[in-house]
Design a protein. Structure first.
Length: 202
């Protein structure tokens, strides 16, 4: 059994973005590549969860699967459930594809601070909860399945049912690292070196 599996969520519809965010580029590199690298730095394996029509766009050497048919299209909880039920591990580090500023330094710091006693550990940045940068214990799988079967699809509502710890982003990395990108305009502006950075949907 793997100790920690990384779960890269890349199946969102990206309606506001206008194209699948996983394949948008930042500085010539696809969003999913940033998230994949950040997960692989601290996980024994990484599984990508995406929609069936997007599977062929990922490199063939990656482990790419789609939602369990019973819960297909039911959002992040379905993706997390699919990873947990299809790939056995003790715990699962979840990261969405639309947070390309997360790097190995943030995932490593997060893993160092996360408690094994918690069902879920997640990040709070500037007073805002970021539930999808989180570590999930395999023990929540049965309850997760029950929620999905009952049509309960809200991540925060599920987190409220189990032991969840919220770590402040200041202990893990700078606030900017935890930005998620919902529209191309969100990437415009000065990067950490003061240069202009733009997204290019592909």
């Amino acid at each position: 059994m793997n100790d920690t599996i990384g779960v890269l969520l890349a199946g969102g519809l990206s309606r506001r973005f206008g194209s699948p965010k996983a394949f948008a580029e930042l500085d010539g590199k696809a969003f999913f590549e940033y998230a994949y690298a950040a997960l692989l730095a601290v996980c024994s394996h990484v599984v990508v969860i995406t929609r069936p029509e997007l599977k062929g766009r990922f490199p063939g050497n990656l482990d790419v699967i789609s939602d369990n048919p019973n819960f297909a299209g039911n959002g992040p909880l379905a993706g997390i459930y699919t990873a947990m039920s299809e790939r056995q591990a003790r715990q699962y580090l979840v990261l969405p594809c639309d947070m390309p500023f997360i790097s190995a330094s943030e995932t490593a710091a997060f893993m160092d601070l996360a408690s094994e006693k918690m069902d879920i550990t997640a990040i709070r940045a500037d007073g805002h909860n970021i539930p999808l940068f989180s570590l999930w214990n395999a023990g929540v799988l049965d309850l997760l399945e029950t929620d999905l079967e009952n049509g309960q699809l809200r991540v925060m509502e599920f987190m409220a049912k189990v032991q969840t710890e919220w770590l402040d982003s200041s202990a893990v990395g700078g606030f900017d690292a935890f930005r998620n990108i919902n529209t191309p305009d969100h990437l415009k502006g000065a990067d950490e070196h003061g240069s202009e950075t733009h997204t290019r949907p592909i």
